[in-house]
Ligand binder design. Structure first.
Ligand SMILES: [Zn+2]
Length: 161
């Protein structure tokens, strides 16, 4: 009986919280950015957690997608946000999946001064998960930009006909 009561209370709290976050941020319906580090740790694999939440970098040529060129889209491994389409992916030979363009509004940029370098970090706009960095040595015939991403930060969704 006590367990039932606790469950009911928990549901009440969850309902209350989701109403609250919807009022504050109408666009962020799933309120991923409100997750605690403990929640992320429980949901993500250790590799995903290391990159998405601790801003780690997977080793070059080890990820699932650096040499992956099927048709479809790449979504955030943390929250499912659409990030890139396969037609913007190009072979950069750098060992990480590279794109010349992100889906509009899907990512945000932050200056990153770690490791004695000046780089621009790319984060998921929905959950603030670390995806990788952006450089200006991408294909000149398109945007000139290179989104250098971690495979582990993303999930590939094949195109359905
Ligand atoms: Zn995300």
């Amino acid at each position: 009986m006590l367990a039932m009561k606790n469950l009911f209370l928990l549901l009440l709290v969850i309902t209350f919280q989701s109403c609250q976050s919807q009022n504050k941020e109408p666009k962020n319906m799933n309120s991923n950015s409100k997750k605690t580090e403990a929640q992320w740790k429980a949901e993500l694999t250790p590799e995903q957690y290391e990159v998405l939440r601790n801003k780690g970098t997977e080793r070059a040529f080890t990820g699932e997608y650096w040499d992956h060129f099927e048709k479809g889209k790449y979504v955030c491994a943390g929250c499912g946000n659409d990030l890139f389409t396969s037609d913007t992916k190009f072979d950069s030979h750098c060992g990480w999946p590279s794109f010349d363009k992100a889906i509009k509004g899907s990512v945000v940029y932050v200056q990153d001064l770690s490791y004695g370098m000046v780089r621009t970090e790319v984060l998921c706009a929905k959950c603030d998960g670390h995806l990788g960095h952006i450089f200006d040595d991408g294909p000149k015939e398109t945007t000139g930009q290179r989104f250098c991403m971690n495979s582990v930060s993303m999930k590939f969704v094949p195109e359905t006909k």
